[in-house]
Design a protein around this ligand. Structure first.
Ligand code: PMP
Length: 437
């Protein structure tokens, strides 16, 4: 029997009896839509810092998960969450200090123009809300995204998440543009990307659709991790604004210090978005997300529609998020992310001089992508062998991009140079083994 998973298919017989049983139960009770990572799926029972532990007590180096960005089971965050949970948990229809303090703390990390916050539980909900606001504000409905973007799971958002694949239809009001091309020099990259956005605007208009928003993950995670030269997004953002649409920065991936150049990915570009959607690391695992807005963009929406999200931004969510922000600041994790990220990039670059299959390496802070090629062409199969080989050496990463050949390296921000060394040793051995096969 063969079970499908994110990196091809695994030989069911190679799994332990316990793993086989869990997979069978999982398929039975969760149905067919779920996927597991790795040919030999993992079963973790505990996490601490950058380490995950399986049922036998083996430690795995987490070089993949950006949600526990201040470390798995971070005690400062847990203490704040449990203290508030033991005191009171209600919702945003009562006055509560935490909710206000957290919203103020979030806006204080942004340019002055971004001064209001609306809370949700997930990044998908934040993007869904962004669509409603953008439509209300612009009177348009057209949405422009990159060719392999992912923005979430609601029916409105799945319609502009092309990375979900050809079986998930895009909306008739959605246009995709080629992701920025990292092989171009900075000027060319900016110009070509903006031309794509202009062409999408023209195409929407030709079909009688007024543009509402350009939404971009400012590090293009699912397009293959493309940080690009700081500033290159400006021309594309100017284009959508000239066409009457707004710019939404989806910071669910790059936000909360990951890029090492400020709290938010858009700050690398010297831009002030109209809306910023945030989530994932915001609660270090607690489901809290939201959007930060220019007040004029949400003013009319707020007049027309009341907003209430039962769990979004509740006092426990706010206490948890506040503790995450505090930890990032107290531990200087933005600078740390930049320093460790630079070291990581250097180490990968020196390994690539030995292995041409490690063809191009890009990154900002602790978000790194490495293109895997075989005979000069993108190779999903070699990337999958490397990802699975690292897993066998108890190091966790994944692969992304339209060709599934980009190694996605995105550890918790508390990752240190020592952890980079551990990773590099495992990667070197894995590359040697994969290329000998
Ligand atoms: N935007 C981006 C860029 C994401 O990567 C994701 C999640 N992978 C989302 C939005 C959706 O977030 P959530 O899974 O919390 O709904």
């Amino acid at each position: 029997m063969t079970m499908a998973n994110a990196f091809g298919s695994s030989d069911f017989e190679r799994l332990s009896a316990a793993e086989q049983s869990m997979i069978t139960r999982r398929e039975k009770v969760l149905g067919p839509a779920y996927r597991l990572f790795y040919e030999r799926p993992l079963h973790f029972v505990r996490g601490e810092g950058v380490w995950l532990y399986d049922a036998e007590g083996n430690a795995y180096l987490d070089t993949y998960n950006n949600v526990p960005s201040v470390g798995h089971s971070n005690l400062a965050v847990l203490e704040a969450a449990t203290r508030q949970a033991a005191t009171l948990n209600t919702h945003t229809r009562y006055l509560h200090e935490n909710v206000l303090a957290f919203a103020e703390a979030l806006t204080s990390t942004c340019p002055d123009e971004l001064s209001q916050v609306m809370f949700t539980c997930t990044g998908s909900e934040a993007n869904d809300l962004a669509v409603r606001i953008a439509r209300n504000y612009t009177g348009g409905s057209g949405i422009i995204v990159t060719a392999h973007a992912y923005h979430g799971v609601t029916s409105a958002v799945a319609e502009f998440s092309p990375s979900l694949g050809p079986n998930v239809d895009l909306g008739a009001h959605v246009r995709t543009v080629p992701a920025p091309d990292p092989s171009l020099p900075p000027e060319g990259m900016a110009g070509t990307f903006a031309e794509g956005v202009e062409a999408a605007i023209a195409d929407l208009k030709r079909h009688g659709i007024k543009p509402a928003m350009l939404i971009l993950d400012t590090i293009f995670s699912s397009d293959g991790v493309i940080p690009g030269q700081p500033g290159f997004l400006k021309a594309a953002v100017d284009a959508i604004r000239q066409a009457g649409g707004i710019f939404v920065a989806d910071e669910v991936q790059p936000g909360f210090g990951r890029t090492g150049e400020g709290m938010w990915g858009f700050q690398r570009h010297g831009l002030v978005p109209d809306l910023v959607t945030i989530g994932k690391p915001m609660g270090n695992g607690y489901p809290v997300a939201g959007l930060i807005a220019r007040p004029e963009v949400i003013a009319d929406f707020g007049k027309n529609a009341r907003y209430f999200n039962t769990f979004g931004g509740n006092p426990v969510a706010a206490a948890t998020g506040m503790a995450v922000l505090r930890f990032i600041k107290e531990q200087n994790l933005i600078t740390h992310s930049r320093d460790v990220g630079e070291y990581f990039l250097d180490e990968l670059a020196s390994l690539s001089s030995r292995f041409p299959q490690l063809a191009a390496i890009r990154g900002a802070g602790l978000f790194i992508g490495a293109d895997i090629e075989d005979a000069g062409r993108p190779s999903a199969s070699l990337a999958a062998r490397i990802v699975n080989g690292l897993r066998e050496r108890r190091v966790l990463i994944s692969a992304s991009g339209p060709h599934a050949n980009v190694l996605k390296v995105r550890p918790p921000l508390v990752f240190t140079r020592g952890h980079v060394d551990h990773f590099m040793k495992a990667l070197k051995k894995t590359m040697m083994t994969c290329l000998e096969d």
